[in-house]
Design a binder for this molecule. Sequence first.
Ligand SMILES: Cc1cc2nc3c(=O)[nH]c(=O)nc-3n(C[C@H](O)[C@H](O)[C@H](O)COP(=O)(O)OP(=O)(O)OC[C@H]3O[C@@H](n4cnc5c(N)ncnc54)[C@H](O)[C@@H]3O)c2cc1C
Length: 321
Amino acid sequence: MSVIAFAKNWEGKFKKSTYELVSYAKDLASRLNTQTLVLSIGEVDESELEKLALYGPDRIISVNDSRLNTLSSRIYAEIISQFVLKESATHVLLSDNNSGKAISPRLSVKLQAGLAAAVLDVPKSLEPFVVKKQVFSGKAFAYVQIDSEKKILTLSKNSFGLKENPSTAAIEYFTPELKDDLFKIKVKSVESSDNKIILTDADIVVSAGRGMKSPDNWKPVEDFAAALGAAVACSRPVSDDGWRSHEEHVGQTGKVIAPNLYFAVGISGAIQHVAGVSRSKCIVAINTDPEAPIFSVADYGVIGDAMTILPKLTEIVLNGE
Ligand SMILES: Cc1cc2nc3c(=O)[nH]c(=O)nc-3n(C[C@H](O)[C@H](O)[C@H](O)COP(=O)(O)OP(=O)(O)OC[C@H]3O[C@@H](n4cnc5c(N)ncnc54)[C@H](O)[C@@H]3O)c2cc1C
């Protein structure tokens, strides 16, 4: 028995969500009285791999192969599955991000393992193994029992947090057996259409709604987001009216996000909007209406005109005053 966490990297760097997953894996392994193994795939420097040790793994294993720098859910599932079988691991953890969502169903089939996606908490019980997960865009929770010997969980962002637990895990290397035909589809080059931060991965999101009154009023939103290194999002009517692209629409029928910091600017806070952002660690609302429902879910609120407040906040971020 052991717990394996898949440590996703972004161009050779780990993010907070990876460290959160390792923290969760350590906690679960302690409850099960077993070891925590962290598996990294693709080229990552040893200095970066060593950072994982802060969150308590017993072993850090790297598949250091340049052919694996681009995600292929098929190949990654094959590698993780080989490693799970080699180690006779029982619990496999992935972050509930795009990679985890792509890899985990394939892994579930390969390993004949029960899968619980978007898990929100430590298991409610170990025997039987029951975890809490979100359903209906976060409007409800379900308790799921997994009876298979091997179990796969994808962990929702910001549901467990970071728990430092320094270990002295040394870095090991694993070479899976990968047949040539796995590499028949190759990514020859990656061209980004723009330098936008990916909304679902962003740590900070500045989101705006109908309170901005016109698509021509988005510059203060974009300037503030740029100053913070944040992604830009919007409410549904804004994208329905063509003010912004549907790519930016968050909520029940849009993207579900969980950044560390979410700014809701000129957004009333309808339940369908909040369904997609309620797992943000900290919500800051800017709204002229002190009765706006968004204030009941916000950690901080600013009552006032966004067109005046956003440039002031941008100035403070850029110049510290
Ligand atoms: C089935 C269904 C699914 C839906 N899915 C989604 C979804 O996924 N995402 C989503 O967002 N919505 C969704 N909606 C729509 C949702 O119900 C709301 O209508 C929508 O979220 C409201 O958008 P808003 O907050 O931008 O606009 P409004 O509700 O019009 O709110 C605008 C806010 O801006 C404030 N304001 C006005 N002027 C200023 C100013 N100068 N400065 C600061 N604040 C100002 C106002 O006080 C107000 O609170 C869905 C609805 C349905 C029925």
